[in-house]
Design a protein around this ligand. Structure first.
Ligand SMILES: C[S@@+](CC[C@H](N)C(=O)[O-])C[C@H]1O[C@@H](n2cnc3c(N)ncnc32)[C@H](O)[C@@H]1O
Length: 348
């Protein structure tokens, strides 16, 4: 790496470079992990299998349903959705395709989902790589948008600055340079922050939505994440921006992550309005951006929980399902901290 790089490049290397976090040490989970996600809760995947069934019905009950998961992490969501779909629609051919950037995580996913390049998880055919462009497709992505490198910007009275990381003097440090015109134009349009604020913009959304659109000519997409709106940026609630790190469930500040690069998960809130605009530009119809709690309730999570709860033979196991329901749906929990961008293409 040269002596001074844009913050986005620094974050890219810290996450996905050869010694980056996702290639060397990513650890998800409550014990021994750096962060945990909804994907680890089986009720989440079981509810998304219900949603997949509904999508299949509303798109005319085709012979094949393709599910494309971006950034499948440790493969938990894939295994739950496959299990749910195998049970709900045993006769349907489901092709589950994982698009995963990290070679290390692809390996972890293969081990979880049975270890070979093409295999059947339940009755679903799971593989990695390029999805087919023909079938009705459901795209799933949990906490993938927040894991994209971002451009750091700062609004001064005199104009916009761009954040760079200087590595020449040993300890990495953040420096500010005048932002190029293209970045100024984007910042003016999407970041109405008060003067003196630091903020960020992710230039990777459009590519991800385009990749998703290329595979889902007909179908839906769900992008779950934590995020911030243009109105929230304007209100000045995040004067230092939202870039942060997670290590052992501790939050690290922007300054801390410069020295912990490769050892922590670096992330930034998803800018929902900008993400929605990118999705539209990529050819998606944005159905809604809604909190995770109401979304999962409308997808049938309460009924799903009841069904799983009733199938248990002892109270302790049954209570696990209600605990997951609360975690995923309640306002003080993931239900309000997370939202979902729901998109659709060409329903017939
Ligand atoms: C924060 S983790 C979330 C993992 C998992 N979805 C979960 O909820 O536990 C982000 C995941 O997205 C993957 N990822 C990031 N950018 C990606 C891209 N452009 N294409 C495919 N996968 C990507 C990472 O390697 C990682 O698997």
């Amino acid at each position: 790496m040269s002596a001074e790089v844009p913050f986005s490049r620094f974050m890219e290397d810290a996450l996905y470079g050869p010694s980056g976090y996702y290639e060397t040490r990513v650890r998800v989970g409550s014990q021994g992990g750096d962060f945990t996600t909804a994907a680890r809760l089986p009720l989440f995947g079981a509810t998304l299998a219900r949603y997949a069934e509904r999508t299949w019905e509303e798109f005319g009950r085709p012979e094949v349903l393709q599910v494309v998961e971006f950034g499948a992490g440790q493969g938990e969501l894939a295994s739950q959705v496959c299990a749910g779909l195998s049970e709900r629609l045993p006769e349907l051919r489901v092709e589950y395709v994982i698009i995963e950037r990290s070679a290390r995580l692809r390996q972890v996913q293969r081990e979880r989902l049975a270890g070979r390049r093409t295999q059947v998880a339940g009755r679903c055919h799971v593989r990695w790589g390029s999805p087919r462009a023909g079938p009705v497709t459901l795209v799933l992505a949990n906490e993938v948008l927040d894991a994209q490198p971002v451009e750091l910007v700062r609004r001064e009275r005199t104009g916009w600055l761009r954040g760079f990381v200087q590595t020449s003097s040993g300890r990495p440090r953040l420096v500010w340079r005048p932002a190029p015109d293209w970045l100024v134009a984007l910042a003016r349009r999407w970041l109405p922050v008060p003067v003196g604020s630091t903020a960020e913009l992710c230039l990777h959304y459009l590519r991800l939505f385009r990749r998703a659109a290329a595979t889902a000519v007909r179908g839906r997409a769900l992008w779950f994440d934590y995020g911030i709106t243009t109105a929230e940026w304007a209100s000045g609630v995040r004067p230092w921006g939202t870039v942060r790190g997670y290590r052992n469930h501790q939050v690290l500040s922007l300054q801390d992550i410069l020295v912990a690069a490769g050892e922590c998960d670096m992330t930034a809130d998803v800018h929902w309005d900008f993400a929605a605009a990118c999705a539209r530009q990529a050819g998606w119809r944005v159905v809604r951006i809604v909190d995770q709690g109401p979304f999962l309730l409308s997808a049938g999570i309460a009924e799903q929980c009841q069904q799983l709860w009733r199938a248990e033979t002892d109270a302790l196991h049954a209570s696990r399902w209600t605990a997951q329901l609360k975690r995923l749906v309640l306002p003080g929990e993931m239900g309000e901290r997370f939202a979902v961008l729901e998109c659709e293409r060409a329903k017939v």
